[in-house]
Design a protein around this ligand. Structure first.
Ligand SMILES: CC(C)(COP(=O)(O)OP(=O)(O)OC[C@H]1O[C@@H](n2cnc3c(N)ncnc32)[C@H](O)[C@@H]1OP(=O)(O)O)[C@@H](O)C(=O)NCCC(=O)NCCS
Length: 187
């Protein structure tokens, strides 16, 4: 179906755009900040498919989560990345560049864990992380998980709280300098 053809897909997209505009409309009626949020609505989260996708996917992980702490190349990979039970998600900017990544894997009976959430600095604060989490939460529900846990960097705790996650307890300190907190959300 072409992008402009009428039908449920087009109606759903229109509804999403309308919701986004309404969500960003303050009491005085002026629209506060829809333009960049619209990018996130129009560019849906997807799974990495091509070799180029996978290369960019891991590169972004490395650049956001490892390189700033002088970690070696390869440290951005996890042993279960290739497991069939691991769900990978990416968000592509309108330019085509991959600007957001995250993954979900099983971590207990009916429990999933989100790890390696990274949004390119230029796109942080534009709704990309939220879109990625919604995608992974939907995937978790489809897999029968009833809760998601994650270890949040201290600087990201408020982001996850905004999405309904609760701090359970302090957890590890990554690279000796990044405190983490175990967080949980029931689905
Ligand atoms: C943390 C991160 C994933 C959030 O993604 P993002 O795309 O920047 O976040 P979003 O724009 O989707 O934010 C969703 C909501 O959370 C809020 N939020 C995001 N980051 C926040 C923060 N650090 N503190 C407080 N609120 C935050 C936003 O304001 C937004 O709220 P709103 O809907 O009321 O406007 C991203 O900033 C990032 O990659 N940071 C560096 C790496 C990192 O810390 N990863 C997490 C490892 S656990």
């Amino acid at each position: 179906m072409s992008a402009s053809a009428p039908g449920p897909e087009r109606e759903a997209k229109g509804w999403l755009i309308w919701q986004t505009i309404q969500r960003n409309r303050p009491a005085n009626g002026y629209i506060r900040r829809p333009p960049f949020r619209l990018s996130c609505v129009l560019m849906p989260v997807e799974a990495p498919l091509t070799p180029a996708d996978w290369t960019a996917y891991y590169r972004l992980r490395f650049e956001v989560l490892r390189q700033p702490w002088q970690q070696p190349a390869g440290s951005e990979r996890a042993p279960d990345d290739d497991a069939p039970t691991t769900t990978h998600a990416l968000w592509r900017a309108p330019s085509g560049a991959i600007a957001g990544v995250a993954r979900l894997s099983p971590s207990g009976p009916q429990q999933g864990q989100v790890r390696y959430m990274a949004v390119a600095p230029a796109w942080q604060g534009h709704g990309v992380g939220q879109q990625l989490m919604h995608y992974l939460e939907d995937a978790a529900r489809r897999q029968g998980f009833t809760e998601i846990v994650l270890h949040a960097r201290e600087t990201a705790v408020a982001f996850y709280q905004r999405l309904g996650y609760t701090v359970i307890e302090p957890s590890h300190t990554l690279f000796g300098v990044i405190p983490h907190f175990l967080m949980q959300k029931s689905l």
